[in-house]
Design a protein around this ligand. Structure first.
Ligand SMILES: C[S@@+](CC[C@H](N)C(=O)[O-])C[C@H]1O[C@@H](n2cnc3c(N)ncnc32)[C@H](O)[C@@H]1O
Length: 475
């Protein structure tokens, strides 16, 4: 995949740059260059007072002339900031003839480089660009980041910079150094910097560096939710980005896997009906082994790890081996599918109870309580029920649930490709076959399913607005 602009940060210390134009726009560009300590030359037939003042302070050079191609010679970067299109084009052509990066203000096709929106926590700088397509959107993203990134971040980065060489000398490998810094940024060094106790922060960092401690492994059992990455919890995201190893299932969406730490090792342990690529016992042991090697392991699962996710079994094994762990809940498929299809799981008029049921039992013959499940005034959310749908349908009917009971099948719930198929219990298996329903899909059985027709459109405009495509509704 190509990008229109490669984001790079350039060091302009004493480097020659040219600004053509003498007005306010030129002034702002000069100020940006001066902030980066560039050696700025400004060419224009006349200059605003602020530019003259800057020149008087010896911070830039003014050339009181009309632009000429020779002005570009020897420059690294050039800005054309005049209100004369012909002059801007002449600057653009002259710069290109010399292979010098040029930016013609407010003329994106004539910009070889652009000024991004900046979140400034010096020395941390975050640059945001929409490549000229939507500057207002870029500005709004910047505003969001401004509120998210604490102001002490810059001080923390400076402190880390002061210790960088010592840390390099103390730890030989990149991985050990990274783990050390993860420990630092998880420790109260951060809160000390935040409250202005820089001496205390320095002292603590020094102690952490001099007291030898082997990196301690840990497992994060993280629920990734049903697929929409915006449904991840902040904690899930933080742990995904801290992990050395990410152990994942097929159920975790690609968009979510995009958010794990770039240089983490990724291990797929499968788990699709009929595709158990790694046995559960082997997965359990793998988690223990990685943690014992001192690694931070993110065991990421679709939905919630403790709802049909076998998270319980994995945590039991970790506990037995004395491995440290954290469990992060995720939005389970029933909650995600319910919200994104406009089907409330309970409703005062229709359903006073909700039962989560699996269509995939541990052993054959381990039957569900069909009498209880067939009771009216309740909703069944059936996980892994697609293959066994004829059986589920037959058993519920046999135990007295009415064939007209509304049902909904939500395939790929919360994802861009979500499909909702509506029908009745008497049609359940046929609908699944007719519409070629694929995993993952959730069956919702009960009167509430009929509310989809009424609420899905509301859901689409109000709650599901982040979707690029509308929910596909199939009768
Ligand atoms: C092994 S269970 C895992 C459930 C998961 N731990 C949870 O809390 O959602 C897999 C089943 O969850 C349901 N499921 C998971 N993600 C889904 C999604 N995005 N849309 C519909 N159903 C989903 C399907 O019934 C699928 O067969």
């Amino acid at each position: 995949m190509f990008v229109q602009y490669l984001p790079i940060f350039t060091k302009l210390d004493d480097k020659p740059v040219l600004v053509v134009g003498g007005g306010d726009v030129a002034l702002r560009k000069c100020q940006a260059f001066l902030k980066a300590r560039a050696n700025v030359t400004v060419v224009a037939p006349e200059f605003c007072t602020e530019l003259v003042e800057l020149a008087d302070q010896g911070r830039l050079t003014l050339i009181n002339e009309y632009f000429d191609t020779h002005h570009v010679l020897g420059m690294m970067l050039i800005i054309a900031a005049t209100d004369n299109e012909a002059v801007n084009k002449a600057v653009f052509d002259a710069a290109n003839a010399q292979n010098i990066f040029v930016n013609v203000v407010d003329d994106q096709p004539k910009c070889g480089f652009i000024f991004p929106s900046i979140v400034d926590r010096d020395p941390i700088t975050i640059a945001i660009s929409s490549a000229g397509t939507a500057p207002v959107l870029a500005r709004r993203i910047r505003e969001k980041l401004e509120t998210l990134i604490p102001h002490h971040t810059g001080k923390l980065a400076k402190l880390a910079g002061e210790f960088r060489e010592q840390v390099k000398a103390r730890f030989n490998t990149f991985s050990d150094r990274r783990q050390f810094w993860e420990r630092v940024f998880d420790s109260s060094v951060v809160s000390k910097v935040q409250v202005g106790d820089e001496q205390g922060a320095q002292q603590q960092l020094n102690d952490m560096l001099t007291q030898p401690s082997a990196p301690e492994g840990e497992v994060y059992v993280v629920g990734a939710g049903p697929g929409d990455p915006e449904l991840l919890t902040i904690k899930a995201l933080q742990l995904m980005q801290q992990a050395d190893v990410v152990v994942y299932d097929y159920l975790v969406s690609d968009e979510i896997m995009e958010l794990v730490r770039r240089d983490a090792d990724l291990v797929c342990v499968g788990k699709k009906a009929g595709h158990h690529s790694v046995k559960q016992e082997d997965t359990n042991q793998m988690l223990v082994n990685y943690a014992k090697q001192g690694k931070k392991v993110c065991r990421i699962k679709g939905g919630d790890p403790f709802i049909y996710g076998r998270g319980g079994e994995e945590v039991q094994v970790l506990a037995k081996h004395g491995v440290k762990y954290q469990i992060v809940p995720g939005i389970t498929a029933a909650a995600g599918c319910s919200a994104y299809s406009g089907i409330p799981l309970t409703h005062r008029d229709h359903a006073q109870a909700i039962q989560f049921v699996t269509g995939h039992c541990k052993k054959d013959g381990q039957e569900l309580d069909w009498r209880g499940l067939a009771q009216s005034n309740q909703t069944l959310a059936v996980y892994m029920g697609v293959i066994k749908s004829p059986h589920i349908q037959a058993k519920l009917l046999e135990h007295g649930r009415a064939p007209e009971t509304p049902i909904a099948i939500v395939e790929n719930g919360t994802r861009q490709s979500q499909r909702v198929v509506r029908g009745t219990l008497g049609e359940l298996a046929t609908k699944i076959e007719q519409h070629n329903i694929q995993s993952p899909a959730l069956l919702i059985i009960g009167e509430v399913a009929a509310l989809h027709e009424e609420l899905a459109w509301f859901g689409q405009t109000e709650q599901v607005s982040s979707f690029a495509q509308p929910i596909t509704q199939v009768a």
